[in-house]
Design a protein around this ligand. Structure first.
Ligand code: AMP
Length: 193
């Protein structure tokens, strides 16, 4: 069962994935990234992959019903028993409410919310260079980059207010600096440094 859940928030390009891989070991939590899960479905060209291809390539959010069901199945797997580091979920208030209900139904809450902050101009630069390096189609195009950043500002930032309102600790982190420095900032904020 889920003992502790840490949520990692931050706009695309803020370094969530990089930090999550490092934090996994420090926090003894399993990294669950909805973006990685969706990309895996895309690369397998399975039914879900075909359904979400257009949505992902245009920088929009996959519908909540599809996303929540994928997360539900993942969070019921035994390897997340000791803890979960959720990266990229929830992305909007309905997903946040769904997660509250899911965790509460199992007697668990959210240990903390980490928010990675990086200036927009830097995010755009990082996303463009990532698109070239990794061939990530959803990172490639200027319009798509802007749409993904706007979606974060319009829908995902609202989740931060939601967690404050239900008294979950929210930790804003300066996401500019070396990878090590940022990991230290997160661990200090969570009280595990
Ligand atoms: P990410 O790597 O987290 O930026 O996610 C890449 C893409 O996957 C997003 O632009 C969305 O199309 C989709 N995605 C990831 N997480 C979610 C989510 N929680 N809700 C809806 N769509 C998501």
């Amino acid at each position: 069962m889920l003992r502790q859940t840490v949520l990692l928030f931050g706009p695309p390009g803020s370094g969530k994935g990089t930090q999550a891989k490092r934090l996994e070991q420090h926090l003894r939590a399993t990294h669950v990234s909805t973006g990685d899960m969706f990309r895996e479905h895309l690369s397998r060209h399975n039914e879900l992959g075909r359904k979400i291809e257009h949505i992902m390539r245009s920088g929009q959010l996959v519908p909540d019903a599809v996303t929540n069901e994928m997360v539900r199945e993942r969070l019921l797997c035994p390897d997340v028993a000791l803890g979960t580091l959720l990266d990229g979920f929830p992305r909007n208030i309905p997903q946040a409410r769904w997660l509250e209900t899911f965790l509460a139904g199992r007697g668990y809450g959210i240990r903390g919310v980490v928010v990675m902050n990086v200036p927009r101009e830097q995010l755009i630069g990082r996303l463009k260079s990532r698109a070239i390096k990794e061939g990530r189609a959803d990172d490639a195009d200027d319009g798509v980059i802007r749409r993904r950043l706007d979606t974060y500002a319009a829908q995902t930032e609202a989740c931060i207010g939601f967690y404050e309102s239900v008294r979950v600790a929210v930790h804003p982190i300066d996401g500019v600096g070396s990878v090590d420095e940022i990991t230290r900032r997160v661990l200090t904020a969570l009280g595990t440094a």
